[in-house]
Ligand binder design. Structure first.
Ligand SMILES: Nc1ncnc2c1ncn2[C@@H]1O[C@H](COP(=O)(O)OP(=O)(O)OP(=O)(O)O)[C@@H](O)[C@H]1O
Length: 582
């Protein structure tokens, strides 16, 4: 464009002697350059738009795919959570920024090359001088950018705290408590405290950038003014044409703006690069599943008919005690096991080992006589239907809520209805406005909110829709009234007649549904046997059972049918009336 302007000015001067054809020639050159420029910029916008959408979609998928293969242990690691937060907050947006910056830097270099070469062909020292200051200041700006990145990097744990506060402040599950306990102002203050720290860090970096930029501009302008002085002097003494003078001045102005955007572009590229390292280190994170994939795995030849724990010990990271300590038992098809014990005795941990959520245990866990570590974990998991204590309430239609138990059966209405019937969900299903298609929860339009017990039955239906060899229920009746609990256990007993059934319950009345009962205490099995055997032994189980039974007798529960008393020690067995207690 600068050369086109030079041609226009010089040709207008020439046309005074050589005729109007010089003007026409200059005009056609100018028109050609303008059309070329415009076409390039339209193309650039088009390509950038397509890339922006495609890249952010692709990175989202990569991040979710990675999360899906992470192990529970990784998920419970706060460093991994920080990393996920960084990736979601920053890195995923940076890929497109990198692409944009690379394009900008590339075109910036070409522009710079052309503008500097115009000066170079006039006097080489002018081209060198105009580049000296930016080159000298670049490392200083780079260091500042790194400092800024470091601040952002260190923020991830606090950002998660801030995110958590904003999350509980804006969700329906926490609204009632926040309102009742008037926690709003307190939580907002906490949120502000976290952000105030960020703001003071941002101010510090901004102040340093302001000083550096000021110094840079002063020195740079001094150099530029010197060059302009020599150009004007050359024009004054008619050593250069007017058109050349205009083009040199334009070249200087273009060089200045290009150098500025190029410096910024390069700095951003370096910063984006640091963020992308986060993304790649997250995507490359070694997961247990990834390591296991390298090992040859057995296929499960027959349905699971026998499971055995031999001296299983397990300790959570950063804890000094075993959550499970020397657990041994066996179960075969047709048997039902109840796991009981006080809070924190290791019941849910045992279920997590059974479902291979944790695989770094000591001892031997065998399925059909073969170590579980020799099987493909996905194949084993396909044979297990489980309701966890903290089951998920999917804010989706009922069809998905049940169908997630077995994706193949998502559109198989008979299977879904049978599972719902076994979980005692049938009466509710009849009353739902859109039956299977009813949107559950209140998060989305038209959602139908269920009660705690109804959600629990939906979760049970999800486990039952799977044609499994083992069914596991971790406190399946914590939200159910006693009558519903009785119905759930009766149907569970029917369901597992030719399978293996395992359940955890704080209500010892339901333990009677099991053939075998394990009593856990501080990670150890302290008693094992049938209800009658354990009652005869007259030890912890009998003591707990008697206390629970007498608490029913001693309290008039008829007016409060779902009040529960929890198994516990040191408090006469009465630890409160939380969900999940008897
Ligand atoms: N993710 C975890 N990280 C570290 N420690 C854990 C974790 N989950 C549980 N624990 C600890 O392991 C022990 C056993 O916990 P577990 O959840 O298995 O008990 P539980 O018998 O199911 O209790 P409850 O009856 O309250 O559900 C407890 O001391 C608990 O603090």
């Amino acid at each position: 464009m600068i050369l086109a302007t030079q041609i226009v000015v010089n040709n207008v001067v020439l046309s005074w002697n050589e005729g109007f054809s010089q003007v026409i020639y200059a005009l056609s050159v100018l028109g050609g350059v303008m059309i070329f420029n415009e076409t390039c910029s339209i193309l650039r916008v088009y390509v950038e738009k397509i890339f922006e959408t495609a890249l952010s979609y692709h990175v989202d998928i990569l991040v979710m795919k990675k999360a899906a293969v992470l192990h529970l242990r990784d998920f419970e690691n706060h460093e991994v959570q920080d990393q996920i937060k960084r990736v979601q907050n920053e890195s995923k947006f940076r890929i497109y920024d990198v692409f944009k910056q690379v394009m900008a830097v590339f075109s910036g270099f070409i522009t710079l090359l052309s503008s500097v070469s115009i000066l170079f062909f006039w006097h080489w020292w002018a081209a060198v001088m105009i580049l000296v200051v930016p080159v000298l200041f670049f490392p200083l700006f780079l260091r500042l950018g790194q400092k800024e990145f470091l601040y952002l990097w260190q923020r991830a744990p606090k950002m998660r705290e801030a995110w958590y506060i904003s999350y509980i402040m804006t969700r329906d599950f926490s609204f009632k408590e926040i309102k009742l306990y008037q926690l709003g102002a307190y939580l907002i203050r906490k949120y502000q405290e976290i952000h105030n720290r960020f703001i003071s860090q941002d101010k510090e970096v901004a102040a340093q950038r302001r000083t550096l930029s000021f110094l840079y501009q002063i020195i740079n302008y001094a150099v530029v003014l010197t060059i302009i002085y020599f150009i004007l002097k050359a024009a004054y003494f008619k050593q250069i044409l007017i058109g050349n003078m205009v083009s040199y001045l334009q070249a200087i102005s273009l060089t200045l703006s290009t150098v500025q955007s190029l410096t910024q572009g390069l700095l951003l590229l370096c910063q984006h690069n640091l963020f992308l390292e986060q993304l790649f280190s997250y995507l490359d994170m070694k997961t247990e599943s990834k390591q296991q994939m390298d090992l040859p795995r057995r296929k499960l030849q027959h349905p699971i008919s026998h499971i055995e724990f031999r001296q299983i010990r397990f300790r959570y990271p950063q804890t000094d005690h075993y959550a499970l300590d020397g657990i041994s038992f066996q179960l075969k098809t047709g048997e039902t096991l109840a796991i009981v014990g006080p809070n924190g005795s290791g019941k849910s941990t045992l279920i997590k080992i059974l479902t291979q959520m944790y695989t770094d245990f000591e001892g031997e866990y065998r399925i059909n006589g073969i170590s579980v570590k020799e099987y493909d974990p996905d194949e084993i998991n396909r044979r297990i239907g489980s309701v966890f204590q903290d089951f998920v309430k999917y804010e989706m239609p009922l069809r998905q809520n049940i169908g997630f138990g077995d994706l193949q059966k998502m559109n198989d209405d008979i299977s879904l209805l049978t599972a719902a019937e076994k979980a005692g969900l049938h009466p509710l299903l009849q009353s739902l406005p859109d039956k299977m298609e009813t949107q559950l929860g209140k998060l989305f339009q038209g959602g139908y909110q269920l009660s705690g017990g109804q959600w629990q039955r939906v979760a049970i239906s999800r486990a039952y829709v799977r044609d499994a060899d083992i069914y596991i229920l971790d406190e399946p009746s914590s939200f159910l009234d006693p009558q519903a609990e009785h119905e759930v256990f009766r149907k569970f007993k029917d369901l597992v007649r030719n399978r293996i059934g395992i359940f955890i319950s704080h209500r010892l009345s339901s333990a009677r549904y099991a053939d075998k009962i394990i009593v856990l205490d501080r990670g150890r099995i302290v008693e094992m046997g049938s209800h009658d055997e354990l009652m005869k032994q007259n030890q912890l189980y009998a003591e707990m059972f008697t206390k629970q039974a007498s608490s029913y007798v001693n309290h008039n529960f008829t007016s409060v049918p779902d009040r529960r008393v929890q198994i516990g020690r040191g408090t006469d067995g009465l630890l409160g009336n939380q969900p999940g207690s008897c």
